[in-house]
Design a protein around this ligand. Structure first.
Ligand code: FE2
Ligand code: FE2
Length: 324
């Protein structure tokens, strides 16, 4: 950890914007993800995360979708099964970005310091940008021309599964509501950050993104989308970095917060992995997709979660047993 400007491990490797971008554009997605993990594990301060946000701006208009449009409309290239599965994955992200944009507002109000508030306002703008990026992709590449973002989201609602609804409309919304009603409720903020930054972003989104980007790169599919989605995930690693830092500090200040994290994980973990399963599979715990088998995704997600827990000073073994 570094508060004094002397960077440690992951921090040192990304001192300049060019270096960070180079890592992101690396052909090997696992190298990219390892680089992002190192940023999170270095637990940068809120100020450093804010500075990084200032240096890492990008625009939803930066990406050229010409090849993406040709490929999406080429039946020789993509089968209906492949497109159906991709639409499921893309929609879970698109609708998820809208939910996390809106639900983050009470978190920013409840954040205990101005440094944390300042960072969370950057994250709100990031999440809005991610939603707008997906909206552009749906319009220009997938050819879905709804009247506005609201109508676009409504039209894609059929593609998300019930477990996505339980997690986003149920648990995440409840976290945000509790903070909205009482911004001084610190235990509610600990629960909310665990759900939002550790489960949704750190475990599900970064895992789903890794498998999507890997599949697209292997096939050289949707290069405009892949470049934009990579920029999205660089933002996500900053967001997860905030969550790890916030929870590590909360646990140091009061060990009772570790129990809140553990209880929240117990609440989410029966549902969270099912977010990866399309409604049409027979067994949501074991299924084949056109791109990978579910077991690879579940294994990767659990490893991701374990790394985040270790980075916040908790024993990942807590996921296996019930020491309480
Ligand atoms: Fe996002
Ligand atoms: Fe995010």
């Amino acid at each position: 950890m570094s508060e004094n400007g002397v960077a440690t491990n992951g921090e040192a490797e990304f001192e300049t914007e060019d270096e960070a971008l180079q890592v992101l554009l690396d052909a090997d997605i696992d190298k990219v993800m390892a680089g992002l993990d190192r940023i999170v594990e270095a637990a940068p301060s809120y100020e450093k995360l804010f500075m990084r946000w200032q240096r890492q701006h990008w625009s939803t208009e930066d990406f050229d979708f010409t090849t993406d449009i040709e490929q999406w409309n080429d039946p020789e290239l993509m089968s209906p099964e492949e497109k159906k599965f991709m639409l499921f994955g893309f929609s879970q992200f698109f609708l998820g970005e809208e939910r996390v944009t809106v639900e983050l507002l009470p978190f920013a109000i409840a954040a205990p310091t101005h440094e944390a508030k300042a960072f969370l306002t950057t994250q709100i703008s990031d999440e809005a940008k991610h939603m707008v990026f997906f909206d552009r992709f749906y319009r220009e590449v997938l050819g879905m021309k709804a009247a506005d973002i609201g109508a676009q989201l409504e039209a894609q609602r059929v593609n998300v599964n019930k477990d996505w609804e339980t997690l986003f409309d149920g648990i995440l919304h409840d976290c945000a509501e509790r903070l909205r009603l009482d911004p001084t409720d610190f235990p509610a903020l600990v629960r909310g950050v665990t759900v939002y930054m550790i489960v949704i972003e750190g475990t599900l989104a970064l895992t789903g993104a890794r498998f999507i980007v890997k599949a697209m790169k292997q096939r050289e599919w949707l290069p405009g989308f892949t470049a934009g989605f990579t920029a999205v995930n660089r933002d996500e690693s900053r967001h997860v970095g905030f969550g790890v830092k916030f929870l590590a500090d909360a646990i140091k200040d009061d060990p009772a917060n570790a129990q809140i994290v553990q209880d929240t994980l117990k609440e989410c973990l029966p549902i969270a992995p099912l977010v990866f399963a399309p409604e049409w599979v027979d067994d949501p715990y074991s299924f084949q997709t056109p791109f990978y088998h579910s077991s690879e995704v579940f294994e990767y997600a659990m490893k991701s979660l374990s790394k985040k827990l270790a980075a916040m000073g908790l024993d990942p073994a807590m996921l296996a047993g019930d020491p309480a």
